[in-house]
Design a binder for this molecule. Structure first.
Ligand code: UDX
Length: 429
């Protein structure tokens, strides 16, 4: 099929490359400067396997990039909108890019097109999309709107696209349903066919449930600390119940990224406008914000005085296998430590470049954990990168000023660390 994907960010690029690999002809659309970079396979983001896939699909002629929405609309039967919907200051989603793209699509409509919202958008955006497409489509060309929310996780986005747990098809016509079944059927996953509003709410409800699950286990971790229990053992015992599941029960300094914080805030705002006070989600947000404060308090407990202490921080990305630092709890911890007067030496396998733009010269960036640990009064792990799971403890001890480890993601084994002569502080254990 001939497809257009408008917006070449994380979701858009993964969508374009995967559809091309599935054999479709895909036109990716973004601003001119971004298109130039993409043609040279400079994606502007780190996602395992994506660069290779974009290079190959371009070489094989199934994927092209353009800055002209007109060209893409003319050439494609189905048009995916995957532009960013960042948070407004009040927490609501900024859908101005969606509206701008909808106007441009409408102006270029000459024959039937199916326009699919894939960006994470507030419920009822589908109706606004339809209205905009009708108002600006002066030739009254026939079209359909649909909602196919994405559930990609950064770091495993390609796998999540090609092997989804389910594909939600929010449609309003048999023609739209037929086209989307033809497109997503070959993935072999269950297809959940709904109306558009239900599809939009499935996205909010799923993401916010996962965020709630994380805040729930982080609350259990705080309780476990008070009674001297081990939250990782509790998570295992709870998660083996098939109705609960082991995933997203990892206690730590909380969730970050470009989705959970934004989706939780947006869902609170949307429901407020609908006249419902989503207190449960407000508590999820409150608990999450508190986790990074709780960790800094642990470092303070360990060091008594933070001012002028050298603190090594391992991890800056909001999760492993990405360079994304948007709303990263790790960055939050660094900022809190700096505000307390600590001298932070931070490292991360891939996110230093992005972190430097936010943290500037307020911290010293180091190439690896051992450089960061030199002269440190505490070593704080805040992103659970694999390489931090088997640190050479003897080597760390030899370079640190005093042997203190604060493990914000419970990546190390407490008894092993203590046996190596360290004081160990974890989360809920
Ligand atoms: C999330 C959703 O998982 C995905 O379905 C949606 O499409 C986009 O948002 P993402 O934000 O990329 O994906 O990463 P995810 O793996 O969900 O982690 C989000 C945050 O939760 C990270 O900061 C991670 O460290 C944290 N997390 C995750 C925990 O603290 N504990 C866990 O058990 C799992």
């Amino acid at each position: 099929m001939d497809l257009a994907v408008i917006g070449a960010g994380h979701v858009g690029l993964v969508t374009s490359a995967c559809f091309a690999q599935m054999g479709h002809r895909v036109i990716g659309v973004d601003k001119e400067h971004k298109v130039t970079q993409l043609r040279e396979v400079d994606l502007g983001l780190y996602e395992p396997g994506l660069e290779e896939m974009v290079r190959r699909q371009q070489k094989e002629g199934r994927l092209i990039f353009t800055s002209s929405i007109g060209e893409a609309v003319k050439a494609s039967q189905v048009i995916f909108i995957t532009v960013g919907t960042p948070s407004n200051p009040d927490g609501s989603a900024d859908v101005s890019s969606v509206e701008e793209v909808a106007q441009l699509i409408a102006r270029h409509l000459e024959e039937y097109r199916l326009i699919v919202e894939k960006s994470t958008v507030p419920v009822r955006t589908g109706e606004w999309l339809k209205r905009t497409l009708r108002l600006y489509n002066t030739r009254g060309v026939e079209f359909d709107v649909a909602s196919v929310p994405e559930f990609l996780r950064e770091g495993s986005a390609i796998k999540d696209f090609l092997h989804p747990d389910r594909v939600v098809l929010g449609v309003e016509s048999p023609r739209a349903e037929r086209l989307l079944r033809e497109l997503f059927g070959p993935l072999g996953a269950p297809l959940v066919v709904t109306d558009i509003r239900s599809a939009e709410l499935i996205k909010h409800a799923s993401n916010c449930f996962l965020a709630m699950k994380i805040s729930y286990i982080n609350t259990i971790a705080s309780i476990a600390e008070k009674v001297g229990a081990d939250v990782d053992l509790i998570a295992r015992g709870v998660g083996l119940d098939h109705r609960i599941g082991q995933e997203f029960l990892q206690a730590g300094i909380g969730y970050g990224g470009s989705c959970f914080p934004k989706d939780v805030a947006a869902f609170i705002r949307i429901t407020e406008e609908l006249g419902y006070d989503f207190r449960l989600l407000k508590e999820v947000e409150e608990i999450n914000r508190g986790q990074r404060l709780r960790l800094v308090r642990k470092v303070k407990e360990a060091l008594w005085v933070l001012r002028n202490k050298e603190v090594a921080v391992l991890g800056l990305a909001f999760k492993p296998n990405t360079d994304d630092i948007r709303d990263s709890p790790s960055i939050g911890v660094v900022q809190l430590l700096v505000a307390e007067g600590a001298r932070v030496r931070a490292t991360d396998p891939v996110a230093i470049k992005n972190a430097r733009q936010v943290l500037g010269e307020s911290v010293r960036f180091c190439q690896d954990p051992y450089e960061a640990a030199e002269g440190a009064h505490a070593l704080v792990i805040v992103t659970d990168w694999d390489e931090y799971k088997d640190l050479d403890l003897a080597r760390l001890k030899a370079v640190m000023a005093i042997p203190v480890i604060v493990d914000g993601r419970n990546v190390l084994e407490p008894q092993v660390v203590r046996a190596a002569g360290f004081e160990y502080y974890g989360v809920g254990r």
